[in-house]
Write a protein that binds this ligand. Sequence first.
Ligand code: OGA
Ligand code: NI
Length: 390
Amino acid sequence: MCWSMSPSLMAMSTEQQNTYNQSLETMYQKGVKNMYDNGIEHVPVKYILPAAERPNANAANSVPEVNLELPVIDLAELQGPNRSQVLESLAYACQNFGFFQLVNHGISEEVTSNMVDVGKRFFEMPFAEREKYMSADMSSPVRYGTSFNQTNDGVFCWRDFLKLVCHPLPDVLPLWPTSPLDFRQLGVTYAKETRSLFMMVVEAILESLGLKTDTDKKTEKYEDVDEVVGIKNEIENGSQLMVVNCYPACPQPDLTLGMPPHSDYGFLTLLLQDDVKGLQIQHRNKWVTVQPIPGSFVVNVGDHLEIFSNGRYKSVLHRVLVNSTKHRISVASLHSLPFTSTVRPSPKLITHTNPRLYKDTNFADFVAYLKTCDSKKKNFLESRKIEQTQ
Ligand code: OGA
Ligand code: NI
C-alpha cells in the first residue's frame, strides 16, 4: 500500500480504508479548485508525478527563461506591403517552433480581457454551480472536468477546465452555462472573433505553404486551385472548441503539472493567457517557458496541420507548470476541419523527394485513440505516421 499512509490510516479496517479511499477519489473528481478552496496544504499522492516526469527532472533540459523568445507575427503587417516577408517568418515559426505569438491581431483588449475575466468568475462560483456542467461523456458539447482525462489518467494533473463546443453556435449555445449571467454573451463574442482571426491566420498559413486561392488560373494548374478552395471550404465550416483552463495555486508545484506534455489535436490553437506564465514548449529537446505578451495570442500548429503540411509544419509538445502563489487562467480556442472530415497530406506537398508521411485520419480515430491512451503518453500523431522504408 501507499507509503504516505498515516498511522491512523494503518489502524483502519479494510472496510474503513475502502471508504476513506472512496472519499478521496470523490474529492479528486471534484477538481483542484475545490481542493484549493478547502485549504489543501500538500499535493495528494494522486497528483505526484514519478520523479522523471516532474517539472525539474533533468534540470539540464530546461533553458534559462530569457533564452527563448517565440517568433512574433504582426497581423497588421501581414495585411500590408510586407506580406511576403511576414509569410516567411510565419513559415519559419511553424517549421522550427510550431508556435508563435500573434500581435496586432485586431481583437480588442476589451473582448480578450472580458473572456479571461468571465472564465475566472466561472471558476470562482461555488462548486455546486460548476458541477452542473460535469459530464463523463467526452463528446458532450459542454463539459466541466478536471485533470486531462479524469476517467483514464493514472496520475492527475493540477487543472480544472470547462470545454465548450462553439460551432454551429445556434445549436450549442442553449447548452452553455447560464452563470455567471454574462458568460454566454462574452463567450459568444470571443468565440466569433477568434473564429474570424483563425480564418485570417489559416489563409496566411496556406499561402506560406505555397497554396493560394486567388492565383491567376491561367498560370496555375486548375486542380491546385480546386484543392485549396476545397480545404478552405472545409475550414470555413470547421469545428471550434473553446477550453477555459483553471490552474489554482499549488502548494508543491515541483511535484506535479498543470497539463502533461501533449500536442494539440486540431489544425491550429489560439491561446489566450493571463499575465501568469506557465506554458512551456519543447524546443530542441528542452522545455522552455513562453513569456506572456499581454493581449497577444499564442498560436500553435496542431496535429492536423502537421499532417496536412506533410510534416513541414510541426505540432510540438507542450505542457503547463503551476506555481505556489498565483492562480492562472487560459482560454484555448481549438480549430479544425469539420468532425466528419478526413485529414490527409495535401497532394501538392507530396513529392518524389518528400513522400507521404501520414495516413488519412478522422475524428473517430482520435476518439478511439483517446479512450485507450493514458494522457501522459498522448501521442496521437505518432500513431498516424507511415513508416518510411528508406
Ligand atoms: C491546451 C493547452 C496551455 C495553457 O489547452 O491544449 O495546451 O497554457 N493549454 O493553458
Ligand atoms: Ni495544448
